[in-house]
Design a protein around this ligand. Structure first.
Ligand code: NAD
Length: 440
């Protein structure tokens, strides 16, 4: 399952195969915090109407429940309009579920608040830098949440998400985080076998997200610096977290899942070797990190965005009795003999399943999903790795998560200056291992 690897985000919706589920009889909603007027209708708001947000809304609208999209919010009107049109195109037989009046299409940095207020469930799919703010507001407004990974880009954001996660639990608000391997049949099957002892004790692990990289949106005349960074968000750490956070989180999360733990420290190396130039902001194009867990288990993690290099997106676990190969979906003994093979014909569509399970629970009034804490801790794992590669130092989890480091702008406005500015030659200063300090 290659997920983002093969996904052109802007065309996500065109590539996503949808469940052609019919609309079954609408269930009666039992929970007190539903806003909906019509019985059985679950209203959703989409915050961040890009490739993934549009895909997630499509999947929410394709569940068996009577889900209606009633509000949309985006920083930019063109992105919102494009998403709205893509949804109508993707769901020709469900147009009645797309009920977004013009006055309920909100644009700008504060758009999320108004959109959330109209819904029962919110989909958060902006660049991850905004997630802590949006998730906190959603929980304050008593909404169930589907939010994309990563859930923050800095330790201050992680703490904010953890605090809101506690609130969500207290309020019994379901929260699903888009780490879709957790909703994928082969991964669930393999992880259950690991838990049941199929490979003995895990002693080490490997994780890879190596490929060509993603889109780039070069600067256009008339854009302020803030607009440019927001539109080309992948390349700015405050918005994206670097690709170790934005993509490799999927693989790191699988290892955390298998270990049922989070690393205590990380050290590694990385840099910008190939993907350099004005359009590529400040992020690295490769990271190699050695994460350590409390029991001594080592996770060797690598991620690379360099065109023309070998592609590999996968995870592997090494135990005292055997090994798990996630992409192959099999288990071998320590001599390499396959002792279990998941039947790939039984694989599900994890992006759809996230929404099928979430909306089924919500419709029944069940409280079944509390993904925010583990989503935050796996995001923190990736941030820990970034701190290690940027600084070239050994970085400890406790120190890092409690560091209070906050890399977000103080002011959100298109005429405000983001936290990183271009130098006189139009280039952005990237981290320099041995010079960049995280703890001073
Ligand atoms: N689970 C997966 O496999 C997967 C796949 C793709 C993307 N994602 C995640 O989804 C998120 C979005 O990625 P994408 O590929 O859709 O990016 P995108 O650029 O296509 O969409 C992001 C949208 O958010 C809007 N936006 C930015 N700041 C905003 C703000 N403050 N308020 C409202 N709207 C704002 C942008 O204008 C844009 O329309 C990211 O966190 C990404 O990591 C997850």
């Amino acid at each position: 399952m290659n997920n983002e690897k093969q996904t052109d985000r802007r065309n996500f919706i065109k590539n996503t195969s949808l469940v052609a589920g019919s609309i079954l009889a609408a269930p009666i909603l039992s929970r007190a915090n539903y806003f909906s007027g019509a019985p059985g209708v679950i209203k959703i708001a989409l915050i961040g109407c890009g490739g993934r947000g549009t895909g997630a809304a499509t999947q929410a609208l394709s569940t068996q429940q009577n889900v209606q999209l009633v509000a949309m919010a985006d920083a930019f009107k063109d992105r919102l309009d494009e998403s709205y049109n893509n949804l109508l195109e993707a769901l020709p037989d469900k147009k009645d579920r797309i009920q977004v009046k013009e006055e309920n299409k909100f644009v700008g940095f504060d758009a999320y608040k108004n959109a959330m207020a109209l819904a029962d469930v919110v989909i958060l799919a902006t660049p991850p830098g905004f997630r802590p703010i949006h998730f906190t507001e959603a929980i304050n407004q008593n909404k169930h949440v589907f939010m994309e990974k990563p859930v923050a880009t800095d330790p201050a954001g992680i703490q904010k998400v953890l605090a809101a996660a506690e609130q969500a639990k207290a309020k019994k608000l379901n929260v699903v985080v888009g780490l879709q391997r957790r909703y994928q049949s082969s991964y669930r099957d393999l992880m259950k076998r690991v838990e049941d002892g199929a490979i003995g004790d895990i002693t080490s692990a490997q994780a890879w997200w190596n490929n060509d990289g993603v889109w780039v949106h070069p600067r256009q005349a008339g854009w302020t610096e803030m607009e440019y960074q927001m539109r080309n968000w992948y390349y700015f750490v405050w918005l994206c977290g670097d690709h170790i956070t934005e993509q490799h989180i999927h693989n790191l999360d699988v290892i955390n899942w298998a270990k049922n733990a989070y690393p205590v420290s990380a050290q590694g190396m990385g840099g910008r070797e190939v993907r350099v130039g004005k359009d590529y902001g400040e992020i690295f194009d490769h990271h190699y990190v050695e994460f350590k867990y409390a029991d001594g288990t080592v996770l060797n993690s690598q991620c690379r965005h360099q065109k023309g290099t070998m592609s590999k997106v996968d995870e592997m676990l090494i135990g005292t009795k055997g090994k798990v190969f996630c992409d192959a979906a099999n288990i071998t003994d320590n001599k390499g003999k396959v002792i279990y093979q998941f039947d790939k014909a039984k694989e599900n569509q994890p992006y759809q399943n996230e929404h099928d399970e979430l909306f089924a629970a919500i419709a029944k009034g069940d409280y079944k999903f509390w993904d925010a804490e583990r989503g935050a801790k796996s995001t923190m794992t990736s941030i820990l790795g970034r701190m290690a590669t940027y600084s070239g130092q050994l970085v400890e989890w406790d120190k890092a998560i409690n560091s209070g480091i906050n890399i977000m702008p103080k002011t959100f406005a298109f005429d405000a200056m983001p936290p990183i500015k271009p130098e006189s030659n139009g280039m952005y200063a990237a981290a320099i291992p041995g010079v960049t300090k995280y703890f001073v």
